[in-house]
Design a protein around this ligand. Structure first.
Ligand code: ATP
Length: 254
């Protein structure tokens, strides 16, 4: 098996009585783009948050490059978090800060003082927003906000980037441009990508492997071609966007 950058074993998460993750085993291979699919509320975002230690496992372990991070405190987690950038759901920019200040934020948090301006400029180049440092988030379109969020996720040159629904709220063309950026980070910059999305078009464009999470467990894992051909009823309905409910008048047509 190829070299895993992140290894998840027996991961379980409970919130009160709600058992959200019920034993997830997953290897995230260095340099791949892994897409996580699944129904709403199935635990995709919770799984994503475990990867850089933003949540502590109820049971099980998460390893980054062979080191078990599941028992570490915030200070001990800091070097691992620098290896794993996150583009949060909705972009989550600080509205009172300029684009440049937003992108610089993780570097300043990590105590970096030298070369910050250059690295911010480089990150904005990568997301194809060069020279936009002075703009305020309120002046940006939804797609541009996502790009700024992506620049912030990669400014510290992480080995791996996590994306929580990067296409949410975008038109198909803008969503496609985000896919190009994601793929370019993998092929041009050697990054490992883990993407939670509902966009099937994007899955077939960017994924090397796909994981389908169902009720807190991995129901299916495979490549995009296997996904296209699958006869698994759960996956078929998901791919075809079929809830199984009848349409009004459908009996008349039958
Ligand atoms: N911090 C938390 N405290 C309590 N419950 C939580 C917490 N985070 C998530 N949950 C619950 O865990 C379940 C799974 O949430 P999660 O956000 O991972 O779903 P998801 O698969 O990403 O869904 P969606 O596609 O709708 O975003 C939900 O029922 C959610 O309410």
């Amino acid at each position: 098996m190829a070299d895993p950058f992140i290894r998840v074993r027996g991961l379980e998460q409970k919130f009160g009585t709600q058992h959200v993750l019920r034993g997830v085993d997953l290897d995230i291979i260095r340099g791949e783009t892994l897409v996580i699919l699944g129904g709403s509320g199935g635990g995709k975002s919770v799984l994503l948050k475990h990867l850089p230690g933003l949540l502590r496992p109820w049971r099980g372990t998460v390893e980054i490059e062979g080191d078990d991070i599941s028992g570490l405190d915030e200070r001990q987690l800091a070097p691992y978090r620098r290896k794993v950038g996150i583009m949060f759901q909705g972009g989550a920019l600080f509205d009172s800060m300029s684009v440049g200040e937003n992108v610089a934020f993780p570097l300043l948090e990590a105590g970096e003082r030298k070369g910050v301006r250059e690295r911010v400029a480089e990150a904005l180049e990568i997301v194809r927003l060069p020279g936009q440092e002075k703009k305020m988030p309120s002046e940006l379109s939804g797609g541009m906000r996502k790009r700024v969020a992506l620049a912030r996720a990669v400014v510290d040159r992480p080995a791996c980037v996590l994306y929580d629904e990067p296409h949410a709220g975008l038109d198909p063309v803008t969503a496609d441009s985000i896919d190009h950026l994601i793929k370019n980070l993998q092929t041009g910059h050697g990054m490992t990508n883990v993407v939670v999305t509902h966009e099937m078009r994007s899955v077939f464009h960017i994924a090397d492997r796909v994981v389908f999470l169902q009720e807190g467990r991995i129901h299916w894992i495979g490549g995009p071609d296997e996904l296209r051909a699958t006869q698994d009823p759960l996956l078929r309905n998901f791919i075809d966007g079929n809830s199984g409910e009848p349409w009004p008048g459908s009996t008349l047509r039958a």
